[in-house]
Design a binder for this molecule. Structure first.
Ligand code: NI
Length: 166
């Protein structure tokens, strides 16, 4: 599986709910290996070209497949923390995220789970969840930070188009 880079339209599409769980199970091993090979703590399906509502994450407690996720409740308070994204290589910036989120999702077998996530796991979940709606972490940055990163982002997109021409 190839990780899609900023500029790829699939990253900006709203992904569709998963109906066929066998499809998720069939690609699970390869998906997981792709995430770990890139040293990611999370990987969303659109990042490998699948416009479906699922992502994988590992907050240090092992790999979890999160299918058809929902954020059903969240803290009022947000906190700032550094993020990066496998689709935007080499770019890191501080992003505001809810301190905690109560989430509901299905696993690769279609079984429902409900969890309260706080801190780092909550941050990963919110970042990956955004991918399913075509939102990237750079969209959350203030104008000043985004302007500071503009050249770097442009370069990533140019590299990608060169790659596509080959
Ligand atoms: Ni990402």
């Amino acid at each position: 599986m190839k990780v899609r880079i900023l500029g790829d339209p699939v990253l900006r599409k709203k992904a569709q709910p998963v109906i066929d769980f066998a499809q998720v199970r069939a690609i699970l091993e390869e998906f997981k290996m792709t995430m770990y090979a890139e040293d990611g703590v999370g990987l969303a399906a659109p990042q490998v070209g699948m416009s479906l509502r699922f992502f994988g994450m590992d907050d240090g407690s092992g790999f979890k497949m999160i299918v058809n996720p929902e954020i059903i409740e969240h803290s009022d308070e947000k906190e700032l923390g550094e993020e990066g994204c496998l689709s935007i290589p080499g770019v890191f910036a501080d992003v505001w995220r809810y301190k905690w989120v109560r989430v509901r999702y299905q696993d690769e077998h279609g079984v429902y789970h409900e969890e309260l996530l706080e801190g780092y796991p909550a941050r990963i979940f919110q970042h990956e969840y955004d991918h399913l709606d075509g939102v990237l972490f750079i969209d959350h940055l203030d104008t000043k930070t985004r302007t500071a990163l503009a050249q770097q982002l442009k370069k990533i997109m140019e590299e990608r188009s060169k790659e596509m021409m080959k």
